[in-house]
Design a protein around this ligand. Structure first.
Ligand code: AGP
Length: 607
């Protein structure tokens, strides 16, 4: 997820662009840049790192002009570097583009453009847009943009400048957010409302497939085919800080609600029918066939994602999978060699224990594949292969969308390896892929039940001990649910394999002990029901997480929260979401600092 801004008016564009980017830094901060039309030249200034690096550079090279675009980057294709920073230009320097999203067919477009003689200066997907507009430009920028949009596939919010049509700023939206700020003698585009709030509270919310053409005094919005679109003005009532959270009270809640969009990004360009593909790397068959064992290593939530992955990989690849906490892995003399694939999972890509585990695995000759959210992170640079989860920046310390997109990445990777080895039928792959693509809609349905989660959280907020129980996938998810509750509400919680209760933990279950029982997994359902009866017989208070339409479990528990029906193998991705919301609302009810819980950091770069 990146941030784009654009300005056209009668003031100096540069400071307005930089101020807008400052308000969008939460969307990504690998690099930043601006392009300003100065007389008859587009001046582009960009810098790697946080926005402050660009601001320092602009002290020396400050373009002057009244129209410009800006970008703050969360890298998806191409590491954070000067040449990969936006804005991107075409060969002639007549056009400049900023982009938020993923151009899925950029490789084929890039090859075609290079055959046409275009010269590229970056590894990014975005640069193809600038060269396509150059290719199609015959004196009409709007027309060239329309033709370009017919060629590109994927998600985009674009800001476009053209030297030959000064005073005209174009914005386009498809699957990535874009707003138009309506000023007096000036107009704006931005990824999000915070970037324009200090200039205007009036805006247009651009919808998919719409193009907006701005001059200082006019705004024209059309469909891609050119029909005029008349829009209502949206008057922003939020204050600046609330706007950065998109109107949500906390980043954590915003990120929980971003999960449907994040799933679409994680899946973007990686499935074609019942096949999985990873355009950004190729695993030769001889490499894959030498792997006889998989180790999955991570910390905290990433480790919990690995526990789900264990079953996913074992079921689809039929080879042994071990999961280990990174800080344990590196000290246990792990049985790792050239025949082992070590998968390291890390949202930040900087967790010291996980990085150390990666180095230990490589030292022992294993192939290392990273599942991470940060392009150019230490772990992404040192791994042999990388699968990015493309969840966009996760600001809240408590990981939510990163966890669920890690799971989606594991399903994709397991299918990819299974198909390479001929172990996964097209039918089975198709079923799982369809289920993965149904996640956004199913998640939207869960996210509509806010009142229920607030009600349940009211019950938990004053508890001292909460038990989570489940079997199989449900146990792995229970571990993640208990971590969420602990780390943001400070309520002690433990997750147990439901079958373990009778081996000791049951001694702790007394009257009113709160238990959250996950009974989504069908093959262990009856056994989990028996465990629910065990704790109910000791007068525990039980909340069940079950599948919509389950008429049985409600007979034995005090309350039920259901998730939409979905292929049971993919259900863990949904099962965790009610637990995220319960933890969130319990923490809010307790007045905790939800986004920055005490004693914790978003990325633990010390051992
Ligand atoms: C997640 O809610 C926690 N904040 C924490 O356990 C986190 O998952 C862990 O520190 C690993 O971080 P990473 O994914 O960036 O490596």
């Amino acid at each position: 997820m990146c941030g784009i801004v654009g300005y056209v008016g009668r003031k100096e564009a540069t400071p307005i662009l930089v101020e807008g980017l400052r308000k969008l830094e939460y969307r990504g901060y690998d690099s930043a840049g601006v392009a300003v039309l100065e007389e008859d030249t587009i001046q582009i200034v960009k810098a790697v790192g946080k926005l402050s690096f660009l601001e320092n550079k602009l002290q020396k090279e400050k373009p002057t002009g009244n129209i410009g675009i800006g970008h703050t980057r969360w890298a998806t294709h191409g590491k954070p570097s000067a040449e990969n920073s936006h804005p991107h230009a075409d060969c002639s320097g007549d056009f400049a583009v900023v982009h938020n999203g993923i151009i899925e067919n950029y490789l084929e477009l890039k090859e075609w453009l290079m055959e046409q003689g275009h010269v590229f200066s970056s590894e990014t997907d975005t640069e193809v847009v600038a060269h396509l507009i150059e290719h199609y430009y015959e004196g009409d920028l709007e027309e060239a943009v329309r033709k370009t949009l017919q060629r590109i596939e994927g998600s985009y919010a674009l800001g476009i400048l053209c030297k030959k049509e000064p005073g005209k700023l174009i914005g386009v939206r498809k699957d990535s957010p874009l707003v138009v700020g309506i000023g007096e003698g000036e107009n704006f585009i931005a990824s999000d409302i915070p970037a324009i709030l200090s200039h205007t509270r009036k805006c247009y919310l651009i919808d998919d497939g719409e193009i907006c053409i701005l001059t200082p005094d006019t705004i024209k919005i059309t469909t891609i085919s050119g029909e005029i679109v008349n829009k209502e003005i949206f008057n922003v009532s939020w204050d600046a800080e609330a706007a950065e959270k998109g109107g949500f009270e906390h980043f954590m809640l915003k990120e929980i609600y971003e999960q449907p969009a994040a799933f679409r990004k994680t899946l973007s360009g990686r499935t074609a029918g019942n096949k999985v593909q990873f355009p950004d790397f190729h695993l030769p068959m001889e490499t894959v066939s030498q792997w006889k064992k998989i180790y999955i290593v991570g910390c905290g939530t990433a480790y919990h994602a690995g526990l789900v992955g264990k079953t996913v990989f074992e079921q689809l690849l039929r080879i042994p999978v071990e999961v280990d906490i990174a800080s344990e892995f590196r000290y246990r003399e792990p049985l790792v060699d050239e025949e082992t694939l070590v998968i390291v999972i890390s949202q930040s890509g900087e967790t010291a224990d996980t990085l150390a585990a990666l180095r230990e695995a490589k030292h022992k000759g294993a192939a290392v594949l990273a599942i991470t959210n940060v392009v150019g992170s230490s772990i992404s640079r040192e791994a042999d292969f990388v699968v990015y989860i493309w969840a966009g920046p996760e600001i809240a310390v408590a990981s939510t969308k990163a966890y669920t997109t890690m799971l989606v990445a594991e399903y994709l990777l397991a299918l990819y390896l299974g198909q390479l080895k001929g172990l996964v039928s097209d039918t089975l792959a198709g079923e799982i892929i369809n289920a993965l693509h149904s996640l956004p809609e199913a998640t939207d349905r869960i996210l509509k039940e806010t009142a229920k989660y607030k009600e349940v959280a009211e019950y938990f907020k004053d508890k001292h001990d909460v038990f989570f129980i489940g079997r199989g996938f449900d146990w792995a998810v229970a571990l993640e649910g208990s971590l969420k509750l602990k780390e943001i509400s400070y309520i002690h919680a433990e997750a147990y394999a439901a079958g373990e209760l009778k081996h000791g933990t049951l001694a702790l279950i007394t009257q009113e002990t709160p238990v959250i029982a996950l009974c989504v997994q069908q093959k262990t359902y009856d056994k989990t029901l028996s465990n629910i009866k065990e704790v109910k017989a000791r007068d525990a208070q039980v909340l069940a997480i079950a599948v919509e339409g389950d008429t049985e479990v409600g007979k034995y528990v005090d309350d039920v929260i259901t998730i939409p029906e979905i292929n049971n193998f993919v259900a863990p991705v949904l099962t965790v979401i009610p637990l995220q919301l319960i933890a969130y609302y319990a923490a809010v009810a307790r007045g905790c600092n939800v986004d920055q819980p005490r004693n914790l950091a978003k990325s633990v770069t010390v051992e």
